[in-house]
Design a protein around this ligand. Structure first.
Ligand code: NDP
Length: 330
């Protein structure tokens, strides 16, 4: 095939990373074993950092950005995959050290692929994307810890109107947990109530420095914000509860004390999606298949073309994207 196709690449511009659309050929793709024709990718916070150049996500340049892929195998040198297989890739260093999903075609390693669940279309799988799959990892981590109970004490979701947050609210509510959503955007309350949130807390309340141990409120929490917010959430978590921490939308620092951990046995469960082993990924996708309401998924999703990415990257970093954005790479 000699045809060219468009990709969004991060290139070196006078020593700084800069996003640029380029025409590629198959011959220019990395020499990995599986060639995938990509149907859709997505926009995650990390993609915003990469495309805007505000975060040094790409560790080598030029780099095709995009941490998510949903598409069809075209060629495979691996016995595990064959032409026609429908697949998903989330993470594995895409957009950091490996070329990613903002391209019509990509070559990837066989061990990165997960079979697209029959229950989801490509578009739905990317409406989920890394953000949604991370939400499922967080929910699974909290359930494995064992302190949250359907109909029991509140489970908090911070950054609730974002991608990880929206999917977490939806999953937790559909499993019967009592979900409190923390958001800085009161105008999203109806949307979040539609996803199943039953109470709200303004994100400003969690952003101010508080005591080392505060009134116990949360049986568990999914935190995509980090910094003082995460410290306060830990300080408000009930005896024996747990917080699944996956994000840094409010900052990468953790200016707190050990008190919640050593006096209340509160657990800080770190959640990483990028290098998560396949078993955890499959368990996360199984949670999504069983518990993610498709109508709610649709309500949290917008679709945008590749050409919108530079604008959308700025929007997501400014906290102005609601829910999830699917990127049509065609
Ligand atoms: P989004 O931008 O969609 O969501 C982040 C949300 O956080 C925003 O919608 C906003 O919610 C809130 N927020 C934004 N800025 C601030 C701020 N300054 N202070 C407090 N809250 C803020 O991003 P994603 O959902 O894609 O990702 C969320 C976080 O999780 C990111 O930090 C991302 O890097 C991380 N992440 C980590 C993964 C991992 O593997 N560990 C995988 C995926 C994501 P609201 O308006 O409701 O307040």
């Amino acid at each position: 095939m000699s045809e060219t196709f468009r990709a969004l690449m991060i290139v070196d511009h006078e020593g700084k990373p800069k996003a640029e659309f380029r025409e590629l050929t198959l011959a220019e793709l990395p020499d990995h074993d599986v060639l995938v024709e990509i149907a859709f990718s997505t926009l995650n916070y990390k993609d915003g950092l990469a495309v805007s150049g505000k975060g040094r996500i790409a560790r080598r340049l030029p780099m095709v950005a995009g941490v998510d892929i949903a598409g069809t195998v075209v060629e495979s040198r691996s016995p595990e995959w064959k032409a026609g297989d429908k697949v998903v890739v989330n993470g594995w260093g895409l957009s950091e050290t490996e070329w990613g999903g903002y391209s019509r075609f990509q070559r990837v390693k066989p061990e990165w692929l997960v079979r697209l669940p029959d229950e989801f279309s490509f578009e739905q799988a990317m409406a989920i994307g890394t953000a949604g799959y991370t939400a499922a990892l967080c929910v699974n981590a909290l359930e494995a810890w064992g302190m949250i109970k359907p109909g029991g004490r509140e489970v908090l979701v911070t950054g609730a109107a974002g991608g990880v947050g929206s999917t977490s609210v939806s999953l937790l509510a559909s499993k019967g947990y009592s979900v409190t959503a923390s958001t800085g955007r009161p105008e999203t309350h109806d949307y979040l109530a539609g996803l199943g949130a039953s109470a709200f807390i303004d994100r400003a309340e969690l952003a101010e420095k508080g005591g080392a141990l505060q009134k116990e409120r949360w049986a568990g929490a999914v935190d995509s914000v980090g910094s003082t917010t995460l410290v306060n959430v830990l300080a408000q978590t009930v005896y024996g509860g747990a917080v699944a921490a996956c994000g840094l939308a409010g900052g990468a620092d953790l200016p707190g004390t050990v008190m919640p951990h050593i006096l209340r046995g509160v657990a800080l469960l770190g959640v990483d999606s990028v290098m998560a082993p396949r078993a955890k990924r499959e368990a996360a996708w199984a949670t999504l298949v069983a518990h993610l309401d498709k109508k709610q998924l649709e309500a949290m999703t917008t679709v945008a073309p590749l050409s919108d990415l530079p604008r959308l990257a700025t929007e997501i970093l400014a906290g102005r994207v609601r829910g999830r954005v699917v990127i049509d790479v065609s």
